[in-house]
Design a binder for this molecule. Structure first.
Ligand code: NAD
Length: 529
């Protein structure tokens, strides 16, 4: 156990709340007991509490408990399941301050980001309250022979789904990805990151208050490679959000088990700034696109390509804005700081290593480039670089911190080629005064999300539209009808009211062929089938 001091937490987060939440983890029920994980407050490194760790046997037990509760849940009418989420929507908004406290404790983000993070789940709930009945309703399709045959498309829950979440949006990702899985009638096993499990556990407590049956959602905690393989061996679907490297492992195991998976992975997201841009509108938005959540947003911008005619002015104004932001960093549970900490000292060191290597290989650090130990152990300044070349990790690998490289380009075609020159394809952005020009450029950009005159918020908050990564940034999508249907098996129920399709043994096959061809041509002409 650690010798670090005990954290002074915001008053809403009491010791008894932390004990109640950690007791919800499915751990210590079976198998060899694990050492609990020491949770710390990111701002100080002080101890917050101890999180039980699940053994592989605990994971099996968790799936069994969720499976037992799932049968009854799936049998409930959809409107009853939706009523639970109607109540949960209100409870999440009522408890937004405590949820924000717990998010901040675990990952050190600025309060305004924590509040925005909580809002994600009510947005997703509202979307599915509006659309789930239509999406999940059985759909009558025509059969191969009109009138005499019919086919019905049904959507049944898969059973028990694993939702594996990272630390950067720990509440939004675990809760918003579980919401459609539960609405579709599944049980869920959540696997949050150890550092940020408290906010997820409180979210589940609120779902229970809203009427979700106990047992249906289980939380297993542990180191990924310890609990992950057993989890994937025991569920029917995996919803994973995290790095591309881990996503590949999850995808391989899911493939071997012949179960579906949805993978939301990393990015190296580009932005193109055209020469007709309005700086006054663009700069504050681009600042947030690069440095929001201290650059720990999967969709945030790490590469900015600026047309050469406006490059100097852009660099001057953007750098000035980044320096102003550096003065508004801080560790606080109120709304004063605009930018918070990185999640951990280890992560801060990884970010700093990218910057240091670029500096050593000849890049220019226009502003920032240093940790801020005066604010907390894992703070890092908003950093702007130029002269970054492809032999530097910063140019091609996801940095996932408050670090952005600015490049100059001449033609639109060159800008698109540079933006696409990456194995990733999560998010891309274009800033312009001419929407037609931007829409045309967008057609050639290889990315799952493309934002015009915004960094990422517009597509991110459009919960009715499925979104995900292309190339190495993911497989599958979340949100919209697709984000609900992926948690279901599609069943095709065919009915033949009169036996006309069985082989007619009395008729020679040549004759059958003729009648088949006549029928197919007639059906095409009449637009049947
Ligand atoms: P990570 O891949 O290290 O971990 C993500 C989660 O997977 C954690 O809960 C971890 O414990 C678990 N895990 C690790 N190995 C596992 C295994 N073998 N089996 C099962 N689970 C395992 O990612 P991270 O560092 O926590 O998160 C940052 C990454 O997530 C960045 O690359 C970021 O771009 C990405 N991300 C993507 C999206 C998106 O929607 N595309 C959203 C947020 C974050």
């Amino acid at each position: 156990m650690s010798t670090t001091s005990k954290a002074k937490l915001p008053p809403r987060v009491t010791e008894s709340l932390i004990n109640r939440l950690t007791a919800m983890v499915t751990a210590g029920k079976a198998g060899e007991a694990r050492e609990p994980f020491e949770m710390t407050e990111t701002y100080t490194g002080d101890v917050v509490g101890y999180l039980p760790q699940s053994s592989p046997e605990d994971v099996v037990a968790a799936v069994e408990m969720a499976r037992a509760a799932q049968k009854e849940w799936a049998a409930r009418p959809l409107k009853d399941r939706l009523a639970v989420f109607e109540r949960a929507h209100e409870l999440l908004l009522t408890e937004i301050e405590t949820l924000a406290d717990l998010i901040q404790i675990g990952c050190g983000k600025a309060r305004r980001m924590a509040i925005e993070e909580v809002c994600d789940t009510p947005l997703v709930i509202a979307q599915y309250l509006k659309t789930a009945a239509k999406t999940l309703k059985p759909k009558k399709r025509s059969g191969p022979m009109p009138v005499i045959t019919s086919s019905t498309e049904e959507h049944r829950p898969k059973g028990v789904v694993a939702v594996i979440a990272p630390w950067n949006f720990p509440f939004a990702i675990s809760m918003s990805d579980s919401t459609p899985a539960l609405i579709a009638g599944n049980g869920v096993i959540m696997k949050p990151d150890n550092k940020t499990a408290l906010c997820t556990l409180y979210g589940i407590e609120l779902l229970h208050k809203a009427g979700l049956p106990r047992g249906l959602v289980q939380v297993v905690c542990g180191v990924g490679p310890d609990v992950g393989p057993t989890l994937i061996d025991n569920v029917e679907f995996v919803m994973f959000t995290g790095s591309t490297a881990t996503g590949r492992t999850i995808g391989e195991q899911s493939g071997r088990n012949l179960i579906g998976c949805s993978l939301e992975l990393g990015g190296k997201n580009p932005m193109i700034v055209l020469d007709d841009v309005n700086f006054d509108e663009a700069i504050p938005s681009i600042l947030f696109a690069a440095f929001g959540n201290a650059g720990q947003i999967c969709m945030h911008i790490e590469r900015i390509y600026v047309q050469e005619r406006i490059y100097d002015e852009f660099l001057r104004r953007f750098t000035a804005a980044a320096e102003e932001l550096a003065g508004k960093m801080g560790a606080s549970y109120d709304f004063a700081p605009e930018m918070g900490s990185l999640v951990s000292v280890d992560h801060m060191k990884r970010v700093a290593a990218h910057v240091d290597e670029a500096r050593e290989k000849g890049a220019t650090i226009v502003t920032g480039g240093n940790p801020r130990p005066d604010l907390g152990p894992a703070f890092f300044e908003p950093t702007v670089l130029t002269g970054v070349t492809n032999d530097m990790a910063l140019a091609t690998m996801e940095t996932f911190g408050p670090v952005v490289s600015i490049y100059k380009y001449k033609t639109d075609a060159e800008a698109v080629a540079l933006a696409n020159d990456t194995p990733y394809g999560l998010n891309a952005a274009i800033w312009t005064g001419n929407f037609d020009r931007a829409t045309k450029l967008a057609e050639t950009i290889e990315s799952g999300s493309i934002n015009i005159n915004d960094g990422f918020i517009t597509s991110y908050a459009a919960k009715g539209t499925p979104s995900g990564g292309v190339k190495q940034s993911g497989v599958g999508t979340r949100h919209g009808a697709a984000g609900l249907l992926k948690y279901t098996d599609t069943i095709n129920v065919g009915v033949q009211k009169k036996q006309i399709m069985a082989s007619r043994s009395s008729m020679p096959y040549e004759k059958q062929l003729k009648s088949t061809l006549v029928t197919l041509r007639l059906m095409r002409r009449l637009h049947l089938g």
